[in-house]
Design a protein around this ligand. Structure first.
Ligand SMILES: NC(=O)c1ccc[n+]([C@@H]2O[C@H](COP(=O)([O-])OP(=O)(O)OC[C@H]3O[C@@H](n4cnc5c(N)ncnc54)[C@H](OP(=O)(O)O)[C@@H]3O)[C@@H](O)[C@H]2O)c1
Length: 161
C-alpha cells in the first residue's frame, strides 16, 4: 500500500521557501499517528526541511538524484522506481513530500490522506489537482478550527474509484 499524506491549501499550495505554510498542531498529531511505525518516503529537500530528521520511530527513505549519496539513519533511493522497490508490501508506505515527489508518486498511490486547509496561500510549491474521475472520498472528518492560527481544516481520505 502506498499512501500520500499531505496538507493542502484551498489553492493547492503546500509550501514556500522549502518550508510549510502553517503549523497546525492537530495536523502534526494526525501525521504522527498515521505514519509512526511505518515507512516514510520523501524527497531530499523535504528531508532537510524537517525540524527533526530522520523522523523517529519510522523507516525513512530519502530520494535523491545524486548517485551513491548516503544520509545517516536513512535508506536511499535514486529514482521513484527505486523507492517503490524499497516499499514494504506488508505495511503502509507513506509518501510525505514534497511537491516534486507527490507529483511523481500520484500515479502509483493507492490512497490519499489529505488535510484540507480552507484558505488560499502565497506559495512556490503546489499539489496537483485531484481528479474526481480517479479518486473518491472514503472518509472525512468534521471541519475543525485551530485557535492559534485561525485556520479551518479537515482530514479527508481518498481511495481509487
Ligand atoms: N504541505 C505539506 O504537507 C508538505 C509536505 C512535505 C513537503 N512540503 C513542502 O514541499 C516543499 C519541498 O518540495 P520540493 O518539490 O521543493 O522538494 P522535494 O520533493 O522534497 O525534494 C526534491 C528533491 O528530491 C530528489 N528527487 C525528486 N525526484 C527525483 C527522482 N525522480 N529521482 C531522484 N531524485 C529525485 C532531488 O534531490 P537531489 O537534489 O538530491 O537530486 C530533488 O531535488 C517545501 O516547501 C516543503 O515544506 C509540504
Amino acid at each position: 500500500m502506498i499512501s500520500i499524506i499531505v496538507a493542502i491549501a484551498q489553492n493547492q499550495a503546500i509550501g514556500k521557501n522549502n518550508d510549510l505554510l502553517w503549523h497546525l498542531s492537530a495536523d502534526l498529531k494526525h501525521f504522527k499517528e498515521l505514519t509512526s511505525g511505518n515507512t516514510v518516503i520523501m524527497g531530499k529537500r523535504t528531508f532537510f526541511s524537517l525540524p527533526v530528521h530522520p523522523l523517529p520511530k519510522r523507516r525513512n527513505i530519502v530520494i535523491t538524484d545524486i548517485p551513491d549519496e548516503k544520509i545517516e539513519g536513512c535508506e536511499m533511493a535514486y529514482s521513484i522506481d527505486g523507492a517503490i522497490k524499497l516499499c514494504n508490501p506488508e505495511e503502509t508506505n507513506y509518501i510525505i513530500g514534497g511537491g516534486s515527489i507527490y507529483k511523481q508518486f500520484l500515479p502509483f498511490a493507492d490512497k490519499l490522506e489529505i488535510t484540507w486547509v480552507y484558505k488560499d496561500f502565497d506559495a512556490d510549491t503546489f499539489f496537483p489537482i485531484i481528479d474526481e474521475n480517479e479518486w473518491k472520498v472514503a472518509a472525512q472528518s468534521e471541519k475543525m478550527h485551530d485557535e492559534k492560527t485561525g485556520l479551518d481544516f479537515a482530514f479527508f481520505t481518498y481511495t481509487r474509484r
